[in-house]
Structure formats: C-alpha cells, structure tokens
Design a protein around this ligand. Structure first.
Ligand code: SF4
Length: 381
C-alpha cells in the first residue's frame, strides 16, 4: 500500500507546537516534506517529546485511523555460526564452538509447519550468523521446500550482510545471489546489519561487517530486483546524535530513489552478555525516553516516504511498545515465536502470542489488525 501524505488539520499541529523550541523546525518539515541534517540533529536532541509525540501520533492517525497492525510470525535463527564477531552481539558462536549449531532443512520445515498449524503464521523471519559453510544452494533448497510445504508463509529473510557473506562463499555477486533466492521464494529482506550506517561507528562495534555503502548498495540491488525490505536502526552503542541523523538521511535518500523500504524499525541496543558491555563501553540500554523520541522524529521525517513504523517491543517491552503507538508507530511487528538473538542477551520477553498483542492494542482503545508480510491487512479484531 502506497501512502502519500500531507498533515490534515494544520491548525491543530500549530496549536500543539505553539511557543515550543521545536515549532519552527517541525512546521518547516511538515510544510515542505524536506529536512536537513541540522533539523534532524536538533529534533533528536530536544527534550520536547510530548509535543513530538502528539505530532507523531497525529500523523499516524491521519494515515491509519485507529488501526494498529501486527503479523503472526516465527523467527528462524538457522545458524549461530558466525565469523564476523560483532562486539554488540551475544548470539554468535565461532565455527567449531561446542555451542554452535546449524538447523537442518528437516528441522526448519518441522518448525514452520508446527508454527503454521498452531499459530497460523504468515511470515518466517529467517536470520542467522555469517556461516562460511552455507552457500546459495543451501538457501535455495530450504526456501523451495518452505514454499512447497507452506505456500502461504512469506519468507522475510537474510540481511544485507548475510547476502554479502553468501556471495563471498559462492564467489558470486549479491545481485546473482538475490536473483536466485528471489526465484526460490525469498519475498523481502529484513533491515538488519545496518546498525548505524556510518563507518566510524562500524569500525568500533563491528569492524568485520560490511561497510555502510555496501549495505546501501545491496538494499538498492534488492529493490531493483523487486525485493522489498525493511530499514532498521540499532541505536544506543557508541554513536553520536549526529551519526544517528546521518543514518536516517542515508535511508531517506535511498528511499527517494528506490521506494523499496516498506517499514522503518528503530530499536535500542541491549548490552547484556556482549563484548562492548563487558569492556565497559556501553553499560545500560537507552531506555524509553530515547525510544519515544526516535519514534516520533522518524514518523515526522519519514512521512510520505516510508509507510510503516514499527514499535520495537522486542528490546523495549510491550508497555513501551504501547507508548510508541501513541508517539507515531502503526505496527507492532511480529509475534517472533522462537527468537534467539535478543534472547541471548537475557532480555525480558522475546516472543508473544497474537492474543498478547491484540490485548495490548485493545487496551489503548485501538483496533488490532493482522497483516501479511507486504502489510496487506487480512483480519480486524
Ligand atoms: S550480529 Fe550477526 S554478523 Fe554480527 S556477530 Fe552476531 S550473528 Fe554475526
């Protein structure tokens, strides 16, 4: 669904902003749909989150009314073997480690069929480490089998950095890998691997990972091949506000070119059990204030550009996700049955049943709607 947008009831937004330090900047962005890096830095630094939230919520309501979407899905973390050793990651194990695993095709199919039968999932989110033993053929075989067994379950899988790894294993190109996997049933790419799209940050937290430009290039290639994707932002490690702003600008610039991002998902870094936590670089998660500001600012600057904004319950909990809806997000994301990556940090709850999400949305006076991978609404509750 393509959304074009101009803020309804400009008098209301004028009243919300009147006399505040953000009045001029937000009014300007809302009037011409353009923003510069200084505007973004200013908004990311302000403490005016209530006003930002009212505007973010107003934009969401103009677009979606009382509807808040979610998807029944399973996360399949198919391997934890990884040779990229990101310092923010508690999930990976090096090749040969006694806790390392790669899930067999039979087990993958069993899990998906079980989740389809018991939870009527509409999506499998397929993500794992950079395993040097897995080539395109492995994924083609798995995806073809999923498509045959469960044609109604969309495959949303493989981050740009996994695609890069597979192409290196195969001595092929990301375009070749993506074309073959699209043919095998890959529907869309998650936005993982972006973290903060500024190489000075990547050099500290994930020096062996693809560069910011490679992430953008792979996303552009995917979009060019008709594979849509999400865009994410993992904030709360070592980045500055300016670097967060540069990340958002890069996503916006690519989106203007390709229109391939379906959703933006800002999520906060969970430090437990990670190298950057143990070395004392980052001790605590960012907390709710930053989440709500990030949601509102994202809704304001991505209006008319990226249709959907997820509430990021996974690292912030269901209560903060409810508040995120009130600050501009329209999608609760997935039930995430089987999640293991964030679970490795010991985060509170890393999977929900649809009924938990439905109850949380209804408790706010909103209407829960179930969606497909492409955000098509299939059921109202
Ligand atoms: S974040 Fe991904 S690429 Fe980085 S170490 Fe963890 S599994 Fe590997």
């Amino acid at each position: 669904m393509k959304v074009t947008y101009s803020l309804q009831n400009t008098q209301l937004s004028h009243n919300i902003l009147k006399g505040s330090e953000i009045e001029d900047t937000v009014t300007e962005i809302l009037s011409d749909n353009e923003f510069k890096i200084n505007d973004l830095v200013f908004l990311l630094k302000t403490h005016e989150i209530q006003r930002l939230g009212l505007i973010g919520n107003k934009i969401r309501e103009d677009l979606y009314g009382k509807k808040v979407s979610f998807i029944n899905n399973i996360i399949l973390n198919y391997t934890n073997v990884c040779v990229t050793y990101c310092k923010f990651c508690a999930f990976y194990r090096p090749p040969g480690h006694k806790e390392s695993y790669t899930v067999s095709k039979e087990e993958i199919l069993n899990r998906i069929v079980f989740a389809k039968t018991n939870y009527d999932i509409k999506q499998v989110l397929f993500q794992g480490g950079h395993n040097p033993k897995l080539n395109t053929e492995y994924f083609e075989d798995v995806f073809n089998s999923i498509r045959t067994k469960c044609p109604d379950v969309a495959i949303h899988g493989l981050s740009a950095s996994e695609i890069d790894m597979i192409s290196r294993v195969d001595k092929s190109s990301p375009r070749e890998v993506l074309s073959r996997l699209k043919h095998a049933g890959l529907e869309s790419l998650p936005g993982a691997g972006a973290e903060i799209l500024v190489d000075e940050v990547k050099e500290i937290i994930s020096p062996l990972k693809i560069s910011s430009q490679t992430w953008l290039d792979i996303m552009e290639t995917a979009h060019d091949l008709g594979i849509k994707s999400s865009a994410t932002m993992m904030y709360g490690t070592v980045e500055s506000i300016e670097q967060r702003a540069r990340h958002i600008i890069k996503i916006a610039e690519l989106q203007k070119k390709t229109k391939g991002f379906m959703a933006f998902i800002p999520w906060s870094f969970e430090p437990n059990n990670t190298e950057i936590n143990e070395s004392g670089i980052v001790q605590f998660p960012m907390g709710g204030f930053e989440l709500l500001k990030m949601i509102s600012v994202s809704r304001i600057v991505f209006k008319g550009l990226i249709d959907h904004l997820q509430s990021s319950w996974l690292t912030n909990g269901i209560g903060m996700a409810q508040l995120a809806i009130y600050h501009g997000s329209d999608d609760f994301g997935g039930t995430l049955i089987g999640e293991e990556v964030v679970s490795a940090t010991g985060a509170r709850s890393t999977e929900l049943l649809a009924q938990n999400i439905i109850n949380a949305i209804k408790a706010m006076g909103y209407i829960p709607v179930e969606r497909r991978n492409n955000y098509e609404v299939i059921k109202h509750f």
